[in-house]
Design a binder for this molecule. Structure first.
Ligand code: DC
Length: 200
């Protein structure tokens, strides 16, 4: 069986933390597919042309983690031709020797529908906004909590309602709600689910 793990979910649910930890524990390659869309948004120009010309080194730019890059990513991600241009890179990564974990929004539904292990990692919007607010400094954050919650809701709505590859759990994904879990517990649960699915 091919060792492919698909992890999807909204921003701030903890899927990146879980994907990185599982990749290290299971010895699998890891691709954060959000970086592809973030790079297309950050590079600017015509998004379709930029996506077609994207190079692996574009994923290492140091401005990709900002909130602005996340917003730009969410916008270019709604363009079907951009998504199509990024397919081959993701398919190649998923087929790499030794197995792979990909995290994003449409991995279990579109990119790797045959992945034997699929997780949908989620959390309540208030919890995800609070994590983001704390990351930005809590009381010293540049924006109030309510503004961040508004952004979280707007990004969810855009990702969930776009016509092409909207964010939703695959029928055979296991849903993991991290709202009331600390990171270690969430990682342990995810590892147990994935090991069972992969027969490890
Ligand atoms: O996971 P992230 O916050 O880095 O993703 C940024 C945006 O990219 C997200 O709002 C939607 C888009 N995205 C996507 O449409 N499909 C993916 N597989 C990954 C990200």
């Amino acid at each position: 069986m091919r060792l492919t793990v698909a992890i999807d979910g909204p921003a701030g649910a903890g899927k990146g933390t879980i994907a990185r930890a599982l990749a290290a524990r299971l010895g699998l390659g890891h691709l954060d597919t959000g970086l592809l869309y973030r790079a297309v948004g950050a590079l600017g120009g015509d998004p379709v042309a930029t996506a077609r010309a994207l190079r692996p080194e574009d994923l290492t730019r140091d401005d990709l983690r900002s909130a602005a890059a996340g917003e730009a990513a969410s916008r270019v991600a709604a363009i079907p031709e951009v998504r199509a241009a990024l397919l081959a890179f993701q398919h190649d990564f998923a087929r790499r020797d030794g197995g792979a974990i990909l995290d994003g929004r449409d991995i279990g539904t579109v990119i790797c529908p045959d992945a034997p292990a699929k997780l949908f990692v989620t959390a309540r919007p208030e919890i995800r906004a609070r994590r983001r607010w704390l990351e930005l400094g809590g009381d010293t954050a540049p924006e109030p909590f309510e503004a961040i919650l508004e952004q979280v809701r707007a990004r969810d709505a855009r990702d969930e309602t776009r016509a092409d590859a909207p964010l939703r759990p695959a029928d055979d994904a296991v849903v993991l709600d991290t709202s009331d879990l600390d990171p270690d517990t969430a990682i342990a649960r995810a590892e147990s689910i994935v090991r069972t699915r992969l027969g490890l």
